[in-house]
Design a binder for this molecule. Structure first.
Ligand SMILES: [Zn+2]
Length: 331
């Protein structure tokens, strides 16, 4: 099969690779669309010791089952592979399993390839009505779905009367805003410094945008739920500044650094601070359901490119030469 192989820092080669051989309980999926994630970019730069070259990256994939009784069935892939007997899986929090695997991290090759192997329990069927490039968005949107759901569970007022701020308007931040809109949030604003991304956000009905530091920035202690999709010192500080007494901060971003939290305010004003990582299988299937039902907007913020030109796509994303929040590679 052909695959886009990460061969060293800032190097991707489209070449022939051995086809994966499904093991017991696994299926082979012919990948038709696969998104480029921030974590793929991180690995491409050589910053992820867990993803050493040579390696096939990519974990946001959708396509068709090859062979067996379900041959040609259209599916999207939940890339988190967890032993169902793990105590965390038993309590429904599969993503916290210490033995979890994800495709694109050894020992599991990723989906920037024509074929990928995956346990059968990890595929979610999709109807013909869902475009395959939208099906490939299920994974990143599930990350946002999980984060918004954690926020909702900890809010002390109905979401319809809540003010929600998302810090960062990349793919995950944008998806958080779309999911908060889907759940009926009263007011949604996204903080974003990049003008190209602000334009994408501006096109979404019901979602406001502001530049951090400008006059549209929310007043201190005025926001019920803050979703930090950046995870930097500055965004943690901003989240603590704008959250209201008794409000909720959900921390999703993974930039380096640990500063910015106002522990005194968190204590004195009973702010709930929660991390959010990946998604449960239920979050994933609920996200697919919302995609199929068209409840997450027009999804016009993606750009399609050929997998064979994946190298160029990484360079375009890296240099900020594309306005798209997400590039989806097509085989
Ligand atoms: Zn991802």
């Amino acid at each position: 099969m052909k695959a886009l192989v990460y061969t060293g820092p800032n190097q991707l080669v489209f070449r022939d690779e051995p086809s994966p051989e499904p093991q017991s309980g696994e299926l082979l999926v012919r990948v038709e669309a696969v998104g480029i994630c921030g974590s793929d970019m991180h690995a491409y730069h050589g910053f992820d010791a867990r993803r050493p070259p040579p390696l096939i990256l990519g974990h946001e994939a959708a396509g068709r089952i090859v062979g067996g009784q379900r041959n040609a069935e259209r599916v999207t892939i939940n890339p988190l592979v967890v032993d169902p007997a793990c105590p965390y899986a038993v309590e429904g929090r599969w993503h916290l399993s210490p033995t979890r695997q994800i495709i694109s991290m050894p020992p599991r090759p990723g989906a920037f390839a024509e074929l990928v192997r995956i346990p059968e329990r990890n595929v979610v069927p999709i109807p013909d009505s869902l475009p395959i490039e939208h099906a490939a968005l299920a994974e990143p949107i599930a990350v946002a779905w999980h984060a918004v759901r954690i926020g909702l569970e900890k809010l002390h007022r109905p979401l319809a009367s809540a003010r929600v701020v998302v810090l960062g308007g990349g793919a995950i931040g944008l998806a958080c805003a779309l999911v908060a809109r889907r759940f009926g949030a009263g007011e949604i604003m996204v903080a974003e410094t990049n003008p190209l991304r602000r334009r994408t956000l501006d096109a979404e009905p019901g979602i406001g945008v502001y530049t951090p530091g400008d006059t549209a920035e929310p007043a201190e202690s005025s926001i019920d739920l803050v979703l930090d999709a950046v995870g930097a010192d500055a965004t943690r500080a901003a989240a603590c500044r704008i959250v209201r007494p008794g409000g909720v901060i959900v921390h999703i971003g993974l930039l380096p650094g640990t500063e910015g939290l106002d522990i005194r305010k968190i204590t004195l004003q009973e702010i709930t601070l929660s991390g959010s990582y990946c998604y449960t299988p239920t979050d994933f299937t609920d996200t697919v359901g919302a995609l199929v039902a068209g409840r997450l907007g027009a999804l016009a913020w993606t750009e399609e490119r050929a997998l064979s030109e994946g190298d160029d796509a990484f360079r375009a994303l890296d240099s900020g030469a594309t306005a798209a929040a997400k590039i989806v590679l097509r085989t």
